[in-house]
Design a protein around this ligand. Structure first.
Ligand SMILES: C[C@@](CO)(OP(=O)(O)O)[C@H](O)COP(=O)(O)OP(=O)(O)OC[C@H]1O[C@@H](n2ccc(N)nc2=O)[C@H](O)[C@@H]1O
Ligand SMILES: Nc1ncnc2c1ncn2[C@@H]1O[C@H](COP(=O)(O)OP(=O)(O)O)[C@@H](O)[C@H]1O
Length: 286
């Protein structure tokens, strides 16, 4: 076990630079084609390995029961999978909007799996951690692998990609959208043909969930209509957040300053490597 003190790890947001639904599996899950890119905007999770086996989240999230919190679920899962007798104290500093399509919950789970694997010295490989993580959510493997990727399957079959790294203004309409609600809709478009992915084509592709969301969430429709007057803008994941693309931070911040009052937003750079992995490598060398 690593020294009994808190170590801090970033838990970044992701964007789906496009999101196609190409079919549906027998278990109801959707077959997707998407490109994931990370953002230099993240929650921060501090973890301390302890010699007793209890898992303690010292900073519960209001509205999320501890036994439903993906942070606790991830720690429990790793403990069970490795028969580890150690425990952990965990502190979360949350800045990522929840239910926004930024993958915050999945990212938190991946950070805990990678960080505790290092602190407990349980030595699972990245592939083993990704497989464990997939049982917590379709989005967890991308955060475990930590490279921008073209994803297929339910989002877990990953081929490395190198999309352009723009500056983004990420804006959250005043609503949150449960992924399960969008994917259970009868009138969702589910028949986009599979593509031969190339980074250069990315700007031709859109988000198949967006037209459904616009129809059912006027807050998203209104904000998107406002943003597209300033920059190419699209929803991430199943929403509700919208990302707008800029070639400079200055331009992104300028449009942010014009946003209608009451809209939560941030400006961040796209990253093709997750910042989490450098933090884990530093602990492993310690
Ligand atoms: C749509 C995406 C795109 O990146 O992102 P979000 O908008 O949630 O961030 C993800 O695939 C979401 O991944 P994640 O949020 O981990 O989903 P899960 O917890 O596994 O599943 C939530 C619900 O969505 C549905 N689901 C999820 C993934 C998928 N490929 N097909 C589905 O039908 C399932 O009905 C499930 O009950
Ligand atoms: N650690 C966590 N952080 C965020 N959400 C969590 C967490 N654990 C469980 N959840 C649940 O997952 C839901 C989806 O959260 P999140 O991953 O942030 O959004 P999205 O899937 O839209 O990207 C939340 O509304 C919350 O109920």
């Amino acid at each position: 076990m690593k020294q009994e003190k808190f170590y801090s790890f970033p838990s970044p947001a992701k964007l789906n630079l496009f999101l196609h639904i190409v079919g549906r599996l027998d278990n109801g899950y959707h077959q997707l084609e998407t490109v994931f890119q990370f953002l230099d905007y993240h929650d921060t999770i501090a973890l301390k390995a302890t010699s007793d086996s209890s898992i303690k989240l010292l900073t519960p999230i209001p509205g999320v029961e501890n036994n439903e919190n993906l942070i606790i679920k991830a720690a429990d899962l790793l403990q069970q999978a490795t028969q580890c007798q150690l425990g952990a104290e965990i502190k979360l500093e949350k800045i990522l909007p929840m239910g926004g399509g930024l993958g915050g919950g999945s990212s938190n789970a991946a950070t805990v799996l990678l960080a505790l694997n290092a602190l407990w010295e349980t030595k699972l490989t990245i592939d083993e951690l990704a497989k464990l993580g997939l049982s917590l959510g379709a989005d967890v493997p991308i955060f475990i692998h930590g490279f921008a990727a073209f994803a297929q399957g339910i989002g877990e079959k990953l081929s490395p990609a190198a999309p352009a790294t723009y500056w983004y203004l990420v804006s959250k309409p005043n609503c949150s959208i449960a992924t399960a609600r969008v994917f259970s809709a009868n009138d969702l478009k589910r028949d986009t043909p599979a593509i031969q992915y190339q980074d250069a084509d990315i700007e031709n592709y859109g988000n198949d969930c967006q037209s459904w969301v616009i129809k059912h969430y006027p807050e998203v429709a209104k904000l998107l209509a406002w943003l597209v007057e300033y920059a190419p803008s699209q929803m991430t994941g199943t929403g509700a957040c919208i990302f707008s693309r800029f070639s400079s931070k200055k331009d992104a911040c300028y449009v942010q300053s014009l946003l209608p009052t009451g809209i939560e937003s941030f400006v961040a750079k796209g990253l093709n490597q997750s910042p989490l992995h450098a933090a884990v490598a530093a602990v492993n060398e310690y």
